[in-house]
Structure formats: structure tokens, C-alpha cells
Write a protein that binds this ligand. Structure first.
Ligand SMILES: CC(C)=CCC/C(C)=C/CC/C(C)=C/CC/C(C)=C/COC[C@H](O)COP(=O)(O)O
Ligand SMILES: CC(C)=CCC/C(C)=C/CC/C(C)=C/CC/C(C)=C/COP(=O)(O)OP(=O)(O)O
Ligand SMILES: [Mg+2]
Length: 277
């Protein structure tokens, strides 16, 4: 029983759930710092359940491949049955949908689109060059829009959604370069397999350069105070260095990149809070 409970928790990838939930809460905070906390909290929990459900159904669809490449995942190691993983994913999706119904219409619309995206990501989009990366990038960017829509002010966080989406796309491509051997064995046609590793890394770098160039926009539009520029400049530098590093060490680069994105998320919160003091 102990390994089953641990297995169910691992299916959710709780770190992802918390990180994505924090992004939604950040979007709600930036869009409506003076707005009711309840819709922001509801949207945060919806996102956490959705990511847990998306990760669980991903493991369900990936179970044969994971048996070869990731035998320690909960389904291949026997901690959770395939049917059990599907049932848990369905329960988490149901919880996300039930709570999302409490939110404004635009938030419900975003939730409906994201539900479809999460259910189809692994079987439809993941193995198509660049499309799987684009969908995950949209999903991460949409967390800010979802939080803004929850408090009725999505327009205030469109720039944040674009920054998060463009930077996530870069990191997802770097992760695919890191996984190229296993993905080729799986018969997946990811971007580096389709166009070559170096060209894929240049595509990732181009995506990040656009995001970095746009990163002062939330300050210029008055969404954030000046302190945002100081923190996001460091985040930009970390992510740019990670892109340079990815040409020689994609594993170290994608981890370093993640710290850069987390620092950027901190810049969003501090930059908004600075205007409230
Ligand atoms: C009601 C409802 C579903 C609301 C959705 C609310 C919302 C804002 C959801 C965003 C979800 C999100 C941030 C997803 C992030 C990316 C994700 C977890 C994708 C699905 O799993 C991918 C998996 O982790 C990749 O594993 P692999 O490719 O096999 O290594
Ligand atoms: C200012 C600029 C240029 C960019 C903004 C950058 C931001 C805020 C990006 C958001 C990125 C973020 C913090 C995403 C968290 C959500 C998430 C699901 C991350 C995935 O974590 P991984 O560690 O890749 O999970 P796996 O390793 O299990 O796939
Ligand atoms: Mg998987």
C-alpha cells in the first residue's frame, strides 16, 4: 500500500503542480492585486489539479515506452496499475472542472481549451516536431491568463503569458535535445530529430531572444515597478547563458534555464508588489 500511495503522488509530479499553481496565483495577483482572493485561490487549485491530471494521463499513455526508458516510473514499476492511473487522472480532471465552473466565463473557456490540450498532448501533439513543445509552452503561458481571467482582468497579464510561453518553448526544445537518444528509440519525431540538434538549439535561442527583448515591456507599460528590471535582467542573463551552454551540455543548460524562469516569476511578483507599497 505504501508504494501505491507514493506512486500516485509521483504520477502527479507535485513540483510541477505547485510551480504551475504559483504561476496562476501570480497572474491573479498581478492582474487584480486588490481583487477578491477567493477566485485567485480557486484558479490556483484548479491549475494544480489540472497539471496533476495531465501528468498522470501522460504516464498512462507513455506506459509502454516508460517501461523501456523510465522503468522506475509508477506504472512500469508496478506501484500503480494502468487503469488505476487513468482513474486517478480522471478524478483530478473532474476536480479541476468542478472548481473551474465557479470562475468567470473566460476562465472557464481557458479551462475547456486546456482540458482538451492536456488530454491530447501525449497521443496527438507530443510526437510532432515542435507542436508538442508549442502546446506545453501555450499551457504554461496560459496559467497567467487563467489567473487574470479568474479576477476578471486578463488583459493585464497577456505580456507575462507571452514571456512565459516563449521561454518555455526554448527550454522544452533544449529538453528534447537532451532526450534525443531515447526519443529516437521511441520513434518520436521531435524537433531536434526532425531538423537536427544544432538547428533546433538555434530555434530555441531565437525564441528566448525574442522573450528577452520583450521582457522590459511590463515595466514600460506600467505593470511593474523599476525593481522588476533589476531582477528580470538577471533572469534574462541566466536564460541566455543556458542557451549558449545548451550547445555543449543540454542537461546542465535545461536545469540552469529552469532557475532563470523561476527567478523571472519572482521578478513578476516583486515588480507588482513594488507598485503597491
Ligand atoms: C479544468 C482545467 C483542465 C483547467 C486547466 C487550467 C490550466 C491553466 C492548466 C495549465 C496546465 C499546465 C501549466 C500544464 C503544463 C505542462 C504539462 C504538465 C503538460 C502535460 O504533461 C506533460 C508531461 O509532464 C511531459 O512528460 P514527458 O513529455 O513524457 O517527459
Ligand atoms: C521574463 C522571461 C523572458 C520569461 C518569463 C519566464 C517564466 C515566468 C516562465 C514560467 C516557467 C515556469 C516557472 C514553469 C513552471 C511550470 C512547470 C510545469 C514546469 C515544468 O517543470 P520541469 O522540471 O520541466 O518538469 P519535468 O522535468 O518533470 O518535465
Ligand atoms: Mg511521459
Amino acid at each position: 500500500m505504501h508504494d501505491t500511495a507514493r506512486g500516485v503522488l509521483e504520477l502527479a509530479r507535485p513540483g510541477n503542480c505547485v510551480a504551475a499553481g504559483v504561476l496562476t496565483g501570480t497572474g491573479a495577483f498581478v492582474a487584480g492585486a486588490d481583487a477578491a482572493v477567493v477566485p485567485a485561490a480557486v484558479a490556483t487549485v484548479v491549475t494544480a489539479f489540472a497539471v496533476a491530471a495531465g501528468n498522470a494521463i501522460n504516464d498512462y499513455f507513455d506506459r509502454e515506452i516508460d517501461a523501456i526508458n523510465r522503468p522506475d516510473r509508477p506504472i512500469p514499476r508496478g506501484a500503480v496499475s494502468a487503469r488505476g492511473a487513468l482513474a486517478v487522472s480522471a478524478a483530478w480532471f473532474a476536480a479541476a472542472v468542478a472548481l473551474a465552473a465557479l470562475l468567470p466565463p473566460l476562465a472557464i473557456a481557458i479551462a475547456a481549451v486546456n482540458l482538451t490540450a492536456l488530454v491530447t498532448y501525449t497521443t496527438v501533439f507530443k510526437g510532432t516536431p515542435g507542436l508538442g513543445n508549442a502546446l506545453v509552452s501555450y499551457l504554461v503561458g496560459s496559467t497567467f491568463l487563467f489567473g487574470g481571467a479568474a479576477v476578471g482582468r486578463p488583459g493585464d497579464v497577456i505580456a507575462l503569458a507571452l514571456l512565459a510561453g516563449l521561454s518555455t518553448f526554448a527550454r522544452e526544445v533544449i529538453k528534447d535535445v537532451e532526450d534525443v537518444v531515447g526519443d529516437r528509440e521511441e520513434g518520436l519525431s521531435t524537433l531536434p530529430i526532425a531538423i537536427g540538434e544544432r538547428r533546433a538549439l538555434w530555434v530555441a535561442t531565437a525564441s528566448l531572444v525574442v522573450a528577452v527583448a520583450a521582457s522590459p515591456l511590463p515595466y514600460l507599460s506600467g505593470t511593474f515597478g523599476g525593481v522588476y528590471l533589476l531582477i528580470v535582467a538577471v533572469a534574462d542573463a541566466v536564460m541566455l547563458y543556458a542557451c549558449y551552454e545548451s550547445f555543449s551540455d543540454p542537461t546542465a543548460a535545461q536545469q540552469r534555464f529552469k532557475y532563470g524562469t523561476l527567478l523571472a516569476a519572482v521578478a513578476f511578483v516583486v515588480g507588482r508588489a513594488a507598485l503597491l507599497i
